[in-house]
Design a protein around this ligand. Structure first.
Ligand code: GUN
Length: 288
């Protein structure tokens, strides 16, 4: 039997309706949510992402600033821009698109962002809050995946979730959110021996490696929920992902497609994070 498809476009649309309402309420109270996105360099893929972020902000009543700099923009100049945005009252969230050019220290840049405005949840403070179970801001992609699991009412308590990929952007924070929701977690990485042994035990399988078709149908437990986070384009623009979708969907119980799966959820949760940051600012202002 073919798996049920978890449609990220549809789910994102319904969340964006709520976002637009909350943005309008905030704006009416003098706190229009604002997001700044910084892109350094001219990666075509990054350009597509940041343009989509800006479009999504504009469509939902969020003030947006897009700052684009050439690949030779200096680290000092970037830190100066971050400082200015940290102090800009119209901006509630800052996102610096990764990867940055090699001459810029990514960690230094992330830590320069005011943690209250760190919409990716990349800083040590925000990662620490997530780790101890008090996430103030949730990282966008893992937050989106949690919403997808919620949308199918999947019982997470006691389920075995296997996360393939241990990046700071997806794998590690994903594992933390699932753990907090009561799941038992296995995190696999590129050194894992016999990956299929682990993936076949998964009630929920999250693939976030960026390695084309690394998850094949024989690696999936029948009926499992399969979430495909990895995405890659070849030189002709053809899209690939971590999961061999055509065959995997005949084994899985639920599966996310690419495109139209996790991708639209990531941008949507960035908007949610920006709204939540503006709501926190408004509450703080009202308590003064
Ligand atoms: N590059 C790829 N994914 C992301 C993300 O979620 N946030 C940022 N800042 N850069 C990225």
């Amino acid at each position: 039997m073919s798996a049920q498809i978890i449609n990220g476009n549809l789910l994102a649309q319904s969340i964006r309706e709520d976002i637009a309402k909350r943005a309008a309420e905030l704006t009416a109270q003098g706190e229009q949510p604002g997001l700044a996105v910084i892109l350094v360099g001219d990666s075509a893929a990054s350009m597509v992402y940041v343009m989509n972020k800006e479009k999504a902000c504009n469509a939902n009543g969020i003030y947006s600033v897009l700052e684009k700099y050439d690949a030779d923009f200096t680290e000092a100049a970037l830190l100066e821009r971050i400082d200015a945005l940290n102090n800009d009252p119209k901006i509630h969230g800052i996102l610096v698109q990764l990867p940055l050019p090699a001459h810029i220290d990514e960690r230094k840049v992330i830590e320069a962002i005011n943690p209250e405005k760190d919409m990716d949840c990349f800083s040590v403070v925000n990662s620490g809050n997530l780790m101890v179970g008090h996430p103030v801001i949730r990282p966008c992609t893992p937050y989106g995946v949690m919403k997808m699991l919620e949308s199918i009412n999947y019982p997470l308590r006691g389920a075995h979730a296997v996360v393939v990929g241990a990046s700071n952007i997806v794998g590690k924070p994903m594992a933390m959110l699932l753990l907090q929701a009561g799941a038992t977690i296995t995190i696999c990485n590129s050194k894992t021996r016999d990956l299929a042994f682990h993936t076949r035990l998964a009630d929920i399988l999250i693939a976030a490696t960026g390695r084309r078709n690394i998850i094949t149908a024989d690696m999936i437990k029948p009926g499992a929920v399969v979430i495909d986070v990895g995405v890659e384009r070849d030189e002709n623009g053809k899209l690939y992902s971590d999961v061999d979708f055509a065959n995997a969907k005949e084994v899985a119980g639920y599966i996310t497609p690419v495109p139209g799966g996790v991708g639209p959820m990531t941008i949507t949760m960035l908007l949610v994070n920006t709204i939540e940051a503006a709501e926190r600012r408004l509450r703080a202002r009202q308590q003064q």
